[in-house]
Structures are given as structure tokens and as C-alpha cells.
Design a protein. Sequence first.
Length: 549
Amino acid sequence: MFEEKIKEIIQKSTKLKKADIRLEKPKNNFGDFAFPCFILARTLKKNPVEIAKDLKSKLKTDSTIEKIENVGGYLNFFVNKEKFIEESLKNIEKKPKTKKEVILIESPGPNTNKPLHVGHLRNLFIADSIARIFEYLGNNVKRVDIVNDRGIHICKSMLAYQKFGKNKKPDKKSDHFVGDFYVKYAQELKKNPKLEREAKEMLKEWEKGNPEVISLWKLMNKWAIEGMKETYKLLNFTHDKSYKESETYKKGREIVMKGLKEGLFEKKDNAVIINLGKELGDKVLIRSDGTTVYVTQDIYLAKKRYEDYKFDKMIYVVANEQDYHFKVLFKILKILKFKWAEKLIHLSYGMVNLPSGKMKSREGTVIDADNLIQEVKEDSSTELKKRYNLNKKDLDKRSLAIALSAIKFALLKVDTKKDILFNKEEALDFEGFSGPYLQYAYARACSILEKTKSKNKINYKNLKEEEFNLVKKLLLFQENVKRASRDLKPDILVNYTYELAKIFNEFYRECPVLHAKEEQPRRLLLVETFKKIMNSCLNLLGIEALEKM
């Protein structure tokens, strides 16, 4: 509201359109809003410093603006704090107007030869937060998945079970049981390189429909998918629809073969390929042995999803090691003249590495999602026992919520495009830059509101700087939601939420609420508003808002 008022003041004294007036948030007490006059230097053919000086003498203010100062090439505006807080608190929860769209978000695209690991968790948390942000803005969001349940990697775990499993049934969580055989294959391959050829032969037999191979495939896929569903349930993560590679790859072959007849693709050494120019080179779509590759089924899958949902955006949340794959896929879809190909987006994110190096599932050097959550939950439980006397049910519920917040925060706080060096000890640091710190700030607000009520009239006299700072930060919530949605970067919202919690804690230290007198109604309103915005922030990050820690 105050930004609009300042823009109106500037507009009346310049020829600028309101949309072209950009205000900044100055630091070091140089005002509450600043207008850089450099934008006028070219048209007025004057030094920005002179422009700022001239404008200051012309601008007409009202009671909402206390004063205007020109510093260098900037006009700095100081608002009337009493009116600012009173008016701002009325509009702070107003959502921005945005175009409503149908948005599909794909995550996490697991393979059925191993359990979900910490890399999958980063995928899931990014996708979930982006989905929640788009939903908050009024979009119709559909969460979809592709289950990679066929291919050479699946056959490797199947072959290991066939040779070494001895018809054993799962004696642990079933997806972990399947994953053990993927590791076993890699170990045995070092002793017997011929296993590589046997895995390829098994893939051919699978595609031919060999009953024995298909029976084993169904059994191990069932184990893997059942185990993953348990993890999704623990994370409270659901899909609107899951597609399976085994059900789509043949349709992809049909599109490719049709393209071959139309001259869009070509044959080379018995393989079907496409030449995508200097940057992307030749891409095999059907191998010389007749088997298909990932991009083949992804061609049909994209077409199928558009038929199912008529989406305005389709966002693939996939790690940056697949950047080439999506450049190829999107280009092929455009060559095939699918108009909706322009609506596809690859949300490329950095890999999760460990202090010991890069994770490798086949070598077993990964942090499994289930084990990580359990370890952090146990540590959270230990910390809670030191502070509170909780019954088993409450202890279990809170320790899980705190554990998930710690892991989510650690995996979301870094710029999406950057790699993460995941350190469990740092994720468990509950003081400072962490998920539990956010939860604690929210719980503190709940505690204050639970302890006192006030029906006295609110006044805005004798405001402290910490109150003003809290309102200014609260006002930035909607702006940060819009930025996070535009840039597809939950870390923008993570950092805003942390800064908001930090400013609230400063307010709590310097501005008594429970023992305040005339200021109490106003400060209670500030706490209530913080609680609402903080609840929204935590929800958009997928972090449970705990009323008690």
C-alpha cells in the first residue's frame, strides 16, 4: 500500500508510468523505500544527483510520509510508522493476483532396483514445495511420477537375486531388500565381467515376454514399490498419478518408427537415431539390438500427459546430470511438431554429495532416506527428552516432525542449481539456521497467544524499531512467494522464513508482550499476524507447524 502511494507521488512529478517506477529497500537507516533516479538520467539529460535534488523540492507528500531525503542519486522516503503499521496489518495476508494455470510436476522418478536415498529427498522436497507454492497462488497442480521399472539397471538386481537370492523373501523393508541385490551385482561383476552380458540378455528376454523373467520382474518390482510407498507415507507425499515405464516404452517406439518413415529420424548401424546438430550430436532412439532408451518412452509420456491434463506447464524435477537428456527430449518434441512442447520445463537441481564423496547406489555409498529419517528422529527425541516430559505418543509425533523439518531445511536452503554437501551433524544443529529454529519461533508465538488475551483498543503510539522491522518483513511474504514461483526456487522462501523468524525473536527480546500495558493489544496483534504468516511459510516448505516444541 505504501509503495503504491510513493509511486503515485513520484508519478505526479515525472513522466514515468507507475509500472516503470522501481522502488528499492535501502539499508543502514537511509529510509524505508528508495527511488533510484538513474532511470531518468537519459531522458532528462541530467546527473542523477541533480535529478534527485530537483525532485525532492517538487514532490508533494501527505500524512503517510514523514520526510523525503535526497542522498546521491537516490530519493529516500521515510514513512509514518504509526500509519504504516496500522494500514499494513490490514492488507498483509492479501494474495497477489496471478494467472491460474494447470501445472504438472514430476517427482521423484525412482528406479525399482533400490530404495529412495537422500538425493531423492532433495527431489521430493523441491517438488513438494514448488507444488504448494503454485497451489497457494491458486493454480491447479497435479503431482505426477514416472516409475522407472524396466531396463538394464532393473535387470542387474534381478540377475543378482536369480543367482544369489535362493528364493529368499524380504527380511527387512522390501525396497531395501531389493537394493541389496543391486549392490550385490556390482560386487560380483568385479569378479565376473560376463554378468554384464547376462544382464543385457535378460533385458532382451524381458522385452520378448519370457514368462520366467517376467515373473521375477513382477515380484521384485512389487517389493520395491511397496517399500517406497511406506516412505512416501512417512513423508506425507502423494501422487495424483504414477506412470510406469513398462507401460509406456512401446508407445514411444511407435512414435519413433512413424518418425523414421516420415524422414524425421534415420537408420545408422541398425539403430534408429536423430542428428540434433553440433551442440547435441547424434542421439540413439532405438538401439541396434532393438531395445529402447529412456528418451524413447519420455516422448510418448509427455504426449500422454498432455492428453490426460491439457497442462499449461509441465515441470520435470530432475537432477542436473540429466540436463542433456531434457535438451534432447524437448528438441525432439519440437521436431515432432507438438505445440505444447514449449510448455515443458526442466527444473534442474544440483546433486547431493557426502563428505566422503559422490553417492553411488551400486557401491552402497548412499544415505538411505528411511535410515536418515530414523537417525535424525532418534536424535530429535533425545533432545526433546532433555527439555520436556512427554508421553510416548507425543514424543514420537514431535520428534518425527522436528526430524523432517531439519532434513527438509538442510536440503532446501541451498540454491536449487547448486550441489549440496550433505552433513548430518549440520542438519541436526537445532540452533540458528535450521528447520527446528523456524518451528521454535512459531511455537513461541503460539505460547504467547495462549497465555494472554486483550480486548483493549489498539494504539500505535510509542512504536519501537523492532515492531516496525517485524511488520516490514511480514509485508515481504507475498513478494517472496511470487519470486519463488517465478524462479522455481524454494530456497528464496527458506531464507525469507529464516530471516522472519530471526526478526520475530529480536522483537520478542526487545518488546515485552505479556507484561506490556498500553502496547500489549498492538503487540498481540503483531504476534498473531506473525503466527499466520509463519504458518503459511512453513506449510509452503512442507514443514509441520508445531504449537508446542
